[in-house]
Design a protein. Structure first.
Ligand code: M6R
Length: 610
């Protein structure tokens, strides 16, 4: 959850560091700081609050050519100047930045204090700066060896970068359960939590495995394991372009990302049907293995979990396989009934969510095969999975997930159709029919986005409300949960999503005069779903609720104060469309209430701590 960047090369380091931090600020924004590699002593500036505070505090900065920068999401120690990274050794010559948690920091601190080290902060990270300082001295000033030895003493999850004033052009990094990538430039090199930090300068990246220690200078990169054995850099090409990580004229990344959804969905579908069959070669499972599957378990958090809930309806209906959807943060504490005939689908935009990563490792211990659905190339979750289907949403910078969700739903639909095809539960014309309906989603999304203006005006009527309830049935239920999550995280309004059938089992007591209730009206008469939701609308309206209905064209909704129309689609595909007005609703509400849309309080984009 913190953002880390390192630069060494011919540029004045402050520029790529600050630009990199700006692109990584989505990872945390409690404080920001940099250390520049001037010889003699390091130049360090750090400030609580957003990156802009650091920028204002930076007076004249030495024109040096290497350094490290950090943007923080606080875990140990409050968001103060003192607790901001980088952290220094007592001589002020060695600086460390860190993403993750050092679990044994108190014992290290006690030991280091006994040896005379004086601590300045309340963080877990500072213990690493002092430890590295001692180990570097023990190893004749070799920072790389010191890092290897330090890591052997650390427990927890971490990405660490360190610089020392005696060798200012050299930066050493390491990762365990937290992300770190190297960017290979021309006479310059970078390290960062995410390629977005250096995408403007290079498209050549190197991925790093667990416990790999990397040392960069402007012209070299060397990677070793903890025993010092040299490892070959695994280089890959970054496909995202620098522009994709900019706001492109929109006031917020979130709005830009909402409007990118038609393309994101189209890109995720691109080339997925060849000769009348769903093409998912990356699945890495033979038809025989797919036929022998007895169960699917979806693991995910937050919005990605909602994608999993939608997937359950589709995969069970199309492929006739039981699907369990689990909150990754809970799954790992259970003794799950999974084995080699279970396919685990780990859904994650970032590919770095610690809860999902730990849950997938837990599932693997029981012999399950793991398939990742992920948006971020070469991130940890796909690397640790047996196979990966990448969503093609492009970089999602706003903390609130939008286009990632839609592409995750579409990717899991493709998995469901492929399974149905292989297992014979749908014939090829049924699969093609559903796939062709999916191909129409991008243009239907365009239509929704062309007509959001009235919704924006409508939202303004509700900005003073303190509670908003969302109702859905069938696949509309996860949509209701997602609508509530978006409103909570963006507008800081108490919001709850309920299954329509659960209303009278308790939640209806929350309704009072004027309570806004957003109802997702099903697109089907099957099982009387539409009628049941219309009854729910009457029930809440009778108790004073103001109902806003999200419904397909042509469906009459007696009792609704407002109706937001979305294009018709088969019921199973409706979440892809019905979610969009709810995203816009939350976005507008946040703007009207003056909250920070792209960086809501207390949150971070990728949650790399448990
Ligand atoms: O990167 P991931 O998809 O694994 O992230 C999972 C959740 O942290 C994420 O979806 C979160 O709930 C979003 N901020 C919600 O908008």
């Amino acid at each position: 959850m913190c953002g880390i960047v390192g630069y060494t090369g011919p540029q004045s380091a402050v520029t790529p560091l600050i630009e990199g931090l700006r692109r990584l600020e989505y990872r945390g924004y409690d404080s920001a700081g940099i250390a520049l590699g001037t010889s003699d002593k390091l130049f360090v500036e750090k400030k609580a609050g957003k990156l802009s505070n650091l920028e204002s505090a930076l007076g004249s900065v030495p024109a040096v050519h290497s350094g490290i920068g950090h943007t923080r999401w606080a875990t140990h120690g409050g968001p103060t100047d003192r607790n901001a990274h980088p952290h220094l050794d007592n001589e002020g010559k060695l600086a460390v930045i860190h993403n993750g948690i050092i679990e044994n920091y108190s014992e290290l601190k006690a030991e280091l204090e006994k040896h005379g080290h004086k601590f300045q902060s309340e963080t877990d990270t500072e213990s690493v700066a002092h430890l590295l300082s001692d180990l570097r001295k023990e190893h004749n000033g070799n920072l790389t060896i010191a890092m290897r030895e330090a890591v052997k003493r650390l427990r927890g999850s971490f990405t660490l970068l360190a610089v020392h004033a005696d060798q200012p052009d050299l930066i050493v990094g390491v990762r365990r359960n937290s992300p770190l990538v190297v960017g290979l430039g021309d006479g310059e090199n970078f390290m960062a939590s995410d390629v977005a930090a250096f995408i403007e300068y290079t498209k050549r990246a190197v991925e790093l495995g667990q416990d790999e220690v990397v040392t960069i200078t402007p012209t070299s990169i060397s990677i070793t394991d903890l025993e010092g054995n040299a490892l070959k850099p695994r280089e890959y090409q970054i496909t995202w372009d620098a522009e994709a990580a900019q706001k492109g004229g929109y006031p917020h990344f979130m709005l830009k990302e909402i409007f990118e959804q038609p393309k994101a969905v189209a890109d995720t579908l691109l080339g997925r049907m060849i000769d009348g069959r769903i093409s998912l070669d990356e699945l890495n499972l033979s038809d025989a293995e797919l036929k022998s599957l007895q169960k699917i378990v979806v693991l995910a958090c937050g919005t990605a979990y909602h994608a999993g809930l939608v997937a359950k309806y589709a995969i069970e209906k199309w492929a006739h396989i039981p699907v369990e959807v689990e909150l990754a943060s809970e799954f790992r504490y259970r003794d799950p009934i999974v084995d080699k005939n279970t396919l685990v689908i780990a859904i994650s935009q970032s590919g770095e969510t610690m809860d999902t990563l730990m849950a997938l490792r837990h599932a693997k211990e029981f012999g399950a095969r793991v398939l990742a659905v992920c948006n971020t190339n070469s991130s940890t979750i796909p690397r640790e999975s047996d196979a990966v289907i990448y969503t093609h949403a492009g970089p999602e910078i706003a903390v609130a997930s939008t286009k990632a969700l839609l592409t995750q739903i579409v990717a899991t639909f493709l998995i469901g159709l492929h399974l149905a095809e292989v297992r014979g539960s749908l014939n090829s014309s049924q699969v093609s029919e559903i796939y062709n309906e999916m191909l129409e989603l991008p243009s239907k999304l365009e239509q929704i986005l062309e007509t959001v203006e009235p919704l924006r005006e409508l939202t303004r009527k509700f900005t003073e409300k303190n509670t908003v309830l969302f109702l859905g049935r069938h696949v509309g239920f996860p949509v209701a949960l997602e609508g509530a999550l978006k409103l909570k995280e963006l507008a800081y309004i108490h919001a709850e999503g309920f299954a329509g059938g659960e209303l009278k089992h308790g939640p209806i007591a929350l309704i009072e005069e004027g309570t806004p209730v957003i109802a997702i009206v099903p697109n089907t008469h099957e099982h009387g779903l539409d009628e049941k939701m219309l009854s729910n609308i009457q029930e809440v309206r009778a108790r004073g609720a103001k109902v806003i209905a999200i419904a397909s064209e042509g469906i009459e909704i007696p009792g609704a104060a407002h109706i937001i129309r979305i294009p018709n689609s088969p019921q199973m595909l409706q979440p892809v469309l019905a979610t969009v007005p709810l995203q816009v609703f939350a976005y507008e509400m946040a703007c009207a209430r003056g909250t920070d849309v792209d960086q809501p309080r207390n949150l971070a984009k990728s949650v790399t701590v448990e």
